[in-house]
Ligand binder design. Structure first.
Ligand code: FMN
Length: 341
């Protein structure tokens, strides 16, 4: 066990006494310092087994999910901790403060979080500047969205601005149309809306490929709260347009798994253990409906190595974590890689 792994169980009770968002900000700051002090080395066990997905070489299967590093301020540290990929964002064209605080809540009884952050972020340009000089070996994805005050009719413009800005620095781009905390965002998952969005992004991607001489794949990140009909419609569009990949899933608005909990009626997206099963079912459904060459990234409720193995069994080429890292700390990275590498 590395120093950082043994440190987290000591730190966790103290962090859990703080407001969740404050604890998060502090943890990221400590991570950056720990990295500078060389304390984050060698959490990854054995010889890494790189995976080739979407034409990219991922040093290993485990990625950090979007939302943990919205401003791309700690990519070197996440890479050093052992993640094979880091998805920064969600980033919007203009900076925005997000929703009023408190907006992040822990439900330790359920190994879960509820958040309604609302895309608090420093704007795409700020993240692009930070990513220009990155040295990490981890694959870096840039997750993009629309500003809260951009009407849905103009949403495509926001995604295009972000795609263009991120293209030169991103290894891949994740198109987030599934966050429950931006009004109307998930409506972009409707068949016609998503068809229009993807075709316009594809055109821009082709133009950027010409300009930069390399193809940056883009994936669409979807919600777990989709009906069978919605899943079929989305899969139809994804196949038609030969999308580069799909990330399944974002947080859920369903509260069934936490019925009776005092935080049950807090608005926002629920993540962690309660979303695991639904998220895996949605992943599995897409796996059976999508053309074989369209890769899936499985995210939602990975709290241990076996959970990650389940995502891969359900058809994911890669896995990502967020809430599990809050509950398990860096030990989760090692455990997942020991289980699935
Ligand atoms: C506090 C918080 C903020 C998040 N912010 C984003 C975000 O900005 N963009 C996004 O695509 N997903 C965001 N997510 C969703 C995660 O990336 C992930 O899809 C979801 O939490 C399920 O994974 P988990 O159960 O491992 O947490 C956020 C999740 C949490 C808990």
């Amino acid at each position: 066990m590395t120093l950082i792994e043994s440190f987290y169980p000591v730190l966790k009770p103290w962090l859990f006494r703080l407001d969740a968002e404050r604890a998060h900000t502090l943890t990221v700051k400590m991570m950056i310092i720990a990295h500078r002090l060389g304390m984050l080395k060698s959490v990854v066990p054995g010889t890494p087994r790189p995976r080739s997905v979407m034409g990219l070489t991922f040093p290993n299967v485990l990625g950090l999910a979007a939302g943990m590093d919205k401003s791309a301020s700690a990519v070197e540290a996440w890479g050093a901790l052992g993640f094979g990929s880091v998805e920064v964002g969600t980033l919007t064209p203009r900076p925005q403060p997000g929703n009023p605080k408190p907006r992040l809540f822990r439900l330790p009884e359920h190994e879960a979080l509820i958040n309604r952050m609302g895309f608090n972020n420093p704007g795409i340009q700020s993240a692009v500047q930070k990513l220009k000089n990155r040295r990490t070996k981890a694959v870096v994805g840039v997750n993009i969205g629309k500003n809260f005050d951009t009407p849905n009719e103009d949403a495509v413009k926001d995604y295009l601005i972000c795609l263009k800005a991120a293209y030169p620095v991103a290894d891949y781009i994740a198109v987030n149309i599934s966050s429950p905390n931006t009004k109307g965002l998930r409506d972009l998952q409707a068949e016609d809306a998503v068809r229009d969005l993807i075709s316009q992004l594809k055109k821009e991607q082709a133009a950027m490929k010409q300009e930069h001489g390399r193809q940056v794949p883009f994936l669409v990140k979807i919600a777990p709260d989709l009906t069978d009909m919605q899943i079929e419609a989305l899969a139809r569009v994804f196949n038609e347009q030969s999308i580069d990949g799909v990330i399944a899933t974002n947080t859920t608005i369903d509260r069934t798994a936490i019925t009776g909990h005092r935080l049950q009626s807090e608005a926002g997206g629920l993540s962690g253990a309660p979303v695991r099963e639904r998220s895996t079912l949605v992943l599995q459904a897409f796996h059976s409906l999508l053309k074989e060459q369209i890769p899936l990234i499985g995210v939602g409720g990975i709290l241990c190595g076996a959970d990650a193995a389940e995502k891969l069994k359900a058809g994911a080429a890669l896995a990502q974590v967020y809430s599990g890292l809050v509950y398990r700390g860096p030990a989760l990275v090692r455990e997942v890689l020991e289980t699935v590498q």
